[in-house]
Design a protein around this ligand. Structure first.
Ligand code: MN
Ligand code: MN
Length: 470
């Protein structure tokens, strides 16, 4: 008679086990996870806009021996270069031993986040308040942006070529700004509205002042007083707003979350969590076999269009420059490079939230603390618009992660038919690159204060480094 195998043993052998990553992390690994979390929060606090992220990243790169590609005439294996596209996006490379035409290992994240931009003519006075009109950037829930401390970041470009940098509301001694909301006592009508209409786009007006200019005869005295302050502080007049990019972001600092400090709460983690972990990982890459490329792109939240978005040809130009400077350019070289390349599209994943469990299908949801999240495909309602990774490529990535003991999970964004989303994955996939989405799961994505797990952040860092190393 054939022996019936022990059920527990058989289960152990056959089932795909999904386990909390904090299990089996020893003291040494936990220390590394927490130290990395601190480093990440430091980066977040200094990088609240795409321009600030580029600035911080450039400083980090320069300190670690990366040179601007313009300063390099020739490139050899082991050379470390970067290119900054209009202060808003970046491409970074460590040249590998193999010929570029054999392909690249690309990791691409984005450094723009949902926020409120000022309108071109933002400043007005109403009922002895000075306010700023805004136009939101990316997918936000508007009601979340009222009654929280806000800061203003960005640049004002003047016609004489001068550029004024603005960063106010972050320092403890700075003032903050706020968008007011209605008191509940008088909000009966507002509360009857649909959540999406409770606060409208034109209600997102930032309160910035209330003292009238001293001379009583003049009109719009509060606005005048504010312009006078701005003129003294930044040397600008009202017309200079026309050529400015001023972004309203939450003034909160990134903080450890929970009694156990296991998570990070902070603004702009979509997608600076993948931007930082990949940036940090490429610093460890010395002389890889395959050339390592890191992309920090802009405009992902509004469709990747424009000359700093991933749809632009500037990235192609960067790769062409690598071909030129390694002496490997020839007809169709660029197309060949792309068709032989692999990519992790490093963008965040929706984390499973027990309070909103109904939007997820538990077997195919990403959980905080279970490691980096892979999405074979994105898109919405029948995979429309999806970049769908080939099974062979998924197997290759699985192999790399499993060999190197990297905790990963494979999930979908949410329940079928409920919605969906996309990343920059399809843009590179369209060029012939093998691409899979691979990032950190987030709770409250696109909210002013997002939540991630320090375990997943550290695992993302390890995953990205390993991808470039093998
Ligand atoms: Mn994103
Ligand atoms: Mn997003």
């Amino acid at each position: 008679m054939e022996e019936i195998p022990n059920g527990e043993e058989l289960k152990e052998k056959l089932f795909y086990k999904k386990e909390n990553g904090w299990n089996n992390t020893d003291k040494d690994k936990r220390e590394k996870i927490f130290a990395f979390g601190d480093e990440y929060m430091y980066f977040l606090n200094r990088s609240k806009t795409e321009r600030e992220a580029v600035k911080t990243a450039s400083e980090i790169l320069e300190k670690n021996g990366f040179k601007h590609i313009e300063n390099m005439e020739k490139l050899n294996p082991g050379d470390r270069v970067y290119y900054t596209n209009r202060e808003k996006s970046m491409y970074i490379a460590v040249i590998g031993e193999e010929k570029l035409e054999k392909g690249l290992n690309i990791i691409g994240a984005h450094i723009d986040s949902p926020r409120l931009d000022l309108k071109p003519n933002p400043l007005y006075e109403d009922s002895e308040f000075a306010l700023l009109k805004t136009h939101y950037y990316g997918g936000i829930k508007k009601y979340q942006w009222t009654a929280i401390p806000l800061s203003i970041h960005g640049v004002i470009a003047k016609t004489n070529g001068e550029k004024v940098e603005v960063n106010i509301g972050e320092d403890e001694l700075d003032p903050v700004f706020v968008i007011t909301d209605l008191l509940p006592h008088l909000a009966q009508e507002q509360m009857e509205k649909k959540l999406k209409d409770g606060v409208s786009g034109e209600d997102l007006n930032v309160l910035i002042g209330s003292i009238p200019y001293e001379e009583e005869k003049v009109s719009e005295r509060v606005k005048l007083n504010i312009l006078n302050i701005l003129n003294k502080k930044y040397g600008i007049t009202e017309i200079d707003f026309l050529s400015s990019e001023l972004e309203i972001v939450p003034a909160f600092k990134a903080r450890s979350l929970g009694f156990d400090r296991s998570m990070v709460a902070g603004y702009g983690q979509d997608d600076r969590v993948c931007a930082f972990t990949s940036l940090r990982a490429i610093l460890n890459i010395e002389r890889p076999k395959t050339t390592a490329i890191c992309i920090l792109s802009d405009k992902e939240e509004i469709g990747s269009m424009g000359n700093t978005g991933m749809e632009s040809c500037v990235f192609d130009l960067f790769i062409s420059e690598l071909l030129n400077k390694t002496g490997a350019n020839k007809p169709n070289a660029l197309e060949n490079v792309f068709c032989n390349s692999r990519m992790l599209s490093a963008d965040v994943d929706a984390g499973y939230d027990p309070t909103y469990a109904s939007v997820s299908e538990k077997n195919n949801a990403a959980f905080l603390g279970r490691g980096i999240g892979l999405n074979k495909y994105t898109g919405s309602r029948g995979k429309a618009g999806a970049s769908d990774a080939n099974a062979e490529y998924v197997a290759k990535i699985r192999h790399i992660f499993e060999e190197n003991n990297i905790r990963y999970q494979l999930s979908e964004l949410g329940r079928v038919d409920l919605g969906g989303g996309g990343t920059i994955a399809y843009i590179l996939a369209n060029k012939g690159v093998d691409v899979i989405d691979c990032g950190v799961p987030v709770l409250s994505m696109h909210a002013p204060y997002e939540v991630t797990s320090k375990f997943d952040i550290y695992e993302a860092y390890r995953a990205y480094e390993t991808f470039w190393r093998v």
